[in-house]
Design a protein. Sequence first.
Length: 490
Amino acid sequence: MTDLRSDQTGGATDDLERAVSGFADAAEAAGIELHGLMINSGGRTVARGWWAPYDAETPQHVYSMSKTFLATAFALARQEGLVDLADRIVDHWPEYAALAGPRASGWTFEHLLRMSAGHRTDVLLLARVTDGLQFDSDDDLVAWCLAQEPEAEPGSVFCYNQLCSYLVSATLQRIVGERLVDWLRPRLFDPLDVAPVGWQTDGLGRDLGFAGLHIPLRGLLGIGELWLRRGQLGGRRLVEPEWFELAVRPLSDTAVPDSFGQTPPPDWSRGYGYQVWMMDDGFRGDGAFGQYALVIPELDAVIAVNAAVLDMQAELDLIRTHLFPALARLAARGPEAVEPEPVELASRELPPVRSLVDADSPDGGLPGFTDSEGITHELLGRLPAPVGRLTPRRDGTDWLLDLQLESGSTTVPAGDGHWAAGTIDAGAPGQVAVRSSAGLTDEGFVAELIVINTPHRVRLVGDPVSGRLRAAWNVTPLAGADLSTLVLPG
């Protein structure tokens, strides 16, 4: 094989390594918090890296990236002869048929997969915000959804609407007779080589579909590769190619104001297929706070990202600026131009809290700190604080954090200058895995808890003078500030 390291560009491997490092540096400079990055070119993984304490094996909540897995589930059920795009949803729920108006009665899988139910707002999300609708209540959410008569005819208007994906998911689960996460295991998750995988459910045990999937980053890379290869993965055909001819095109016009009246950013105005967003240079699945599976056919490439960012357009812009040129050069050479092993991103870490002053005290501890004010959630308004009281205790050179939560008291270890693994007892839902660091700084006592199966990190600052505790999230969980909502699902 030709030794490309001697060419004037400095070699394909070096070129890619510079591009990946440049992207990581630019993201950090822009305040974009990256957690993981994987890149495929020509069907091979050519680059990868994680920001400690995140790693390759830990499942992540990918929010709306779940929808692309849902669309794949529909494609698999369709090719098994279980469903058709033209099937009416209400026909699978005869017990609720009387609740559906004439327009809702006409909903088909095709309408819902392309987010064209006829609503002009995200009715499920808005009901959660304004009416306190609980997705995990004992009431059947399917009945509620079918009763939401849209303003316009099905198929006539786009609205990014969680109701659409939820009804597809719930109806598929009724048809196949089990949870999607279980039905997909031999058909999709095992071929993707991802385990464990969990999906959040409604109160009746149905996987939500629109969000809630927890999966390692290579699962996002794999689903992108499957869609890029039109249903083939590792030489095995999983999905018939016809599906992708139907699904990967701008079926709905998305250049319309969203549910909050906002004009969409450029990459959200290029059209919507079957649970995928179209782009000028390809298509993608995405999830809140920067979770991506970008499929770029012209570059024969897939880029998967886990992150914690509010400005997802800025994240995409940096990917195009720093990664696309190197991938274009690599596509021209062929993936064999790089070393057989992927480029490993140089050691990166989310900076842990580190004591700046002498943290010793006579009794090995500090006074407790109390948060009586709570936090302001971007969608849900004023909420109780995720941690009501924090009492730190020295544990050698590190810390133990006694936490008072809504669900009760718990203690987690925290490293001083490094991340320590622990779990928070969140009550009935189970335990929340965290990585924590803490120390005495010029701000006061600071503790940070990364909820490692999510993009979320909470920063707690205790004022030694007033005893006041303040909490702030890097990006606030969409379900609210209660840590019990961040349990890894089964």
